[in-house]
Design a protein around this ligand. Structure first.
Ligand SMILES: *Cc1c(COP(=O)(O)O)cnc(C)c1O
Length: 350
C-alpha cells in the first residue's frame, strides 16, 4: 500500500506524445524566427504580442520558486486554478469509472469539473464547525478513488482546516491529495508546500487571483512532485498562459513584498466588518475567518441578499449550501465599500 503515480495515471495518458510546438523544438531567445507563422511586423495593439509566449513560463517559475521556497520543476501554472483542477481529473480519473472525494461545503469548481469530465463524486460533509472528518473520509475511499480535494482556508466557511487531520488523510491515502490554498496568504497557517518532498501524493494549489490582486489575468499555481508537474505539462494546451499575463505576473513577483500590506489592510477591514455586522439584530453568528471574506448566519438570508441587490450591493447567498443554512458570504472590501454595505444593511427591515 504505497503511492504509485504510474498506477494512478490513466493508462492512455502514459502513451501520449505531446504536441511539439515551435517553441518546444527551439527554445533559444536569440535568432531570426521563421518557425511559428507569426506576424513579424508587429501587433495591432500597443505593446509587443506578435510572438508566441514561453510555453513553460520559466522566468516566472524561477522567481516564484524563490518566493515560495520550492524548486522550479515543482511548479505548474494554469489558466486559473480551474485549469489545474480540470487537468488533474483528466490525468487521473477514468470517466464513468473513477471517483473523487469532496468535502462540502466547499469550492464549487471541483464538482463542476468532475461533472464535465463524468467523474463520480463521493461527498463526506465537514463537521458543524467546518473541520474534516478524517476517519469518515478514509472510509469513503475505495479502489476507484483517485483524488481528494481539501480546501484550507475553506471557501465558503473561511476557517483553516486542522493540520493534523490533513496529515491523517495524507498518511493513509494512496491517491492524490489536493490541498487548495487559494486563501493561504490571509492565514497565519504555513503552506503545505513544505511537505512536498515527504509526500509524493500531495499537490498544493494556490492562485494569483486573491491576495495578489490579479484575478483578471487568470493564473493559478500548482505545486507537486516533478513527476506530477510533468504530467500536467504534457496534457495542458501548449500556450496556456498568455504573454501579457506572464509579463504582468513577473512584474507582480518583483513586487511580492507588497502583499504584506494587502494582508494587513484586509485584516483591519475584516475586523471592522465583523465588529459592525455583529450589531445587527438579525445576525446569528459570524464564523471565524482566515480569508478575505466572512461567512455570517442571519435570520432571513435570502431576503437580506435580495434587499442588498436592490441597493446594488452584491454578496453571495450560500443559504442553500449544505451546512450553510441561513448563511451569507461577504468579501472584505475597501473601507468605503464596507461602509456602503453596512449602510445598506441598516436600511433592511425584516
Ligand atoms: C478563488 C478560488 C480559487 C481561484 O481560482 P482561479 O481560477 O485561480 O481564479 C481556487 N480555489 C478556491 C477555493 C477559491 O475560492
Amino acid at each position: 500500500m504505497a503511492f504509485n503515480l504510474e498506477k494512478l495515471l490513466r493508462p492512455h495518458i502514459a502513451n501520449i506524445k505531446p504536441y511539439s510546438s515551435a517553441r518546444d523544438e527551439y527554445s533559444g531567445k536569440a535568432g531570426i524566427f521563421l518557425d511559428a507563422n507569426e506576424n513579424p511586423f508587429g501587433s495591432m495593439a500597443s505593446g509587443s504580442f506578435n510572438r508566441y509566449p514561453d510555453p513553460y513560463q520559466l522566468d516566472i517559475k524561477q522567481k516564484l520558486a524563490e518566493v515560495k521556497n520550492v524548486f522550479a520543476n515543482q511548479i505548474f501554472l494554469g489558466n486559473g486554478s480551474d485549469e489545474a483542477i480540470d487537468l488533474l481529473m483528466r490525468a487521473f480519473c477514468i470517466p464513468g469509472q473513477d471517483n473523487i472525494i469532496l468535502l462540502p461545503p466547499t469550492y464549487g469548481m471541483y464538482e463542476v469539473s468532475a461533472g464535465i469530465n463524468d467523474i463520480e463524486i463521493q461527498k463526506v460533509n465537514l463537521t458543524e464547525d467546518y473541520q474534516l472528518r478524517p476517519d469518515a473520509i478514509l472510509e469513503a475511499v475505495n479502489e476507484s478513488t483517485k483524488i481528494i480535494f481539501i480546501c484550507s482556508p475553506n471557501n465558503p466557511s473561511g476557517n483553516k482546516v486542522n493540520r493534523k487531520d490533513i496529515y491523517q488523510v495524507l498518511d493513509n491515502f494512496n491517491g492524490l491529495l489536493v490541498v487548495d490554498e487559494a486563501y493561504i496568504d490571509f492565514s497565519d497557517e504555513p503552506s503545505f508546500t513544505t511537505e512536498l518532498e515527504k509526500y509524493p501524493n500531495l499537490l498544493v494549489m494556490q492562485t494569483f487571483s486573491k491576495a495578489w490582486g490579479l484575478a483578471s489575468l487568470r493564473i493559478g499555481m500548482a505545486f507537486a512532485s516533478e513527476k506530477i508537474i510533468k504530467i500536467l505539462n504534457l496534457i495542458k494546451p501548449p500556450y496556456n498562459i498568455s504573454g501579457l499575463t506572464q509579463e504582468k505576473v513577473l512584474e507582480a513577483l518583483e513586487n511580492a513584498d507588497a502583499i504584506h500590506q494587502v494582508v494587513k489592510d484586509t485584516f483591519v477591514e475584516r475586523q471592522f466588518l465583523e465588529a459592525e455586522v455583529s450589531k445587527f439584530p438579525f445576525l446569528k453568528k459570524i464564523f471565524p475567518s482566515h480569508a478575505n471574506f466572512i461567512l455570517i448566519k442571519v435570520d432571513g438570508a435570502r431576503a437580506i441578499y435580495e434587499f442588498l441587490i436592490e441597493q446594488t450591493i452584491i454578496i453571495r447567498d450560500r443559504s442553500k449550501v449544505v451546512l450553510c443554512e441561513d448563511c451569507l458570504r461577504v468579501s472584505v472590501g475597501t473601507r468605503e465599500e464596507n461602509e456602503a454595505f453596512l449602510k445598506a444593511l441598516n436600511l433592511f427591515k425584516p
